[in-house]
Design a protein around this ligand. Structure first.
Ligand code: AMP
Length: 125
């Protein structure tokens, strides 16, 4: 079900539980600012989620409230994951769903990283 991105952070969401180590994940990268792991239901040959370690509901929440260090750390982590996976030359797509119309399901900011094949048009037509 799509979430309302204006609601307060729910620390029982599934990615908060992954960050606390309560639920397993297939980690690709981790540092002080971010965790990257394989999506459980991949939509492309490579489908990795990158999440900030801080408690942010969505892109709006993060861009408004995160510190400069958190923002820089997160953005650099997304780039590093793509580089480390060898995705820069073939290319990749980033996607951050925010709120109801985008169909965001998990209320902890995550950037989808898709790659591994031609990814088609940007949106369903
Ligand atoms: P969104 O619709 O942008 O909120 O995307 C949520 C994503 O989280 C979906 O692609 C799900 O497949 C993925 N997901 C949900 N639970 C897990 C989990 N436990 N581990 C990895 N990915 C998950």
């Amino acid at each position: 079900m799509a979430i309302d991105a204006t609601l307060p952070y729910d620390d029982q969401n599934i990615f908060a539980r992954i960050l606390r180590g309560e639920i397993p994940n297939r980690t690709v990268f981790e540092d002080e600012f971010a965790l990257a792991f394989h999506d459980i239901n991949p939509q492309a040959p490579t489908h990795v989620l990158v999440i900030p370690k801080g408690a942010y509901v969505c892109w709006d929440d993060f861009s408004a409230k995160a510190s400069e260090a958190e923002i820089a750390g997160f953005v650099r982590a997304v780039g590093k994951v793509a580089r480390d996976l060898g995705l820069v030359a073939p290319g990749y797509r980033l996607l951050a769903n925010t709120g109801t119309d985008s169909h965001q399901e998990v209320p902890h900011l995550h950037v989808h990283l898709f790659a591994g094949q031609p990814l088609g048009p940007m949106l369903l037509r």
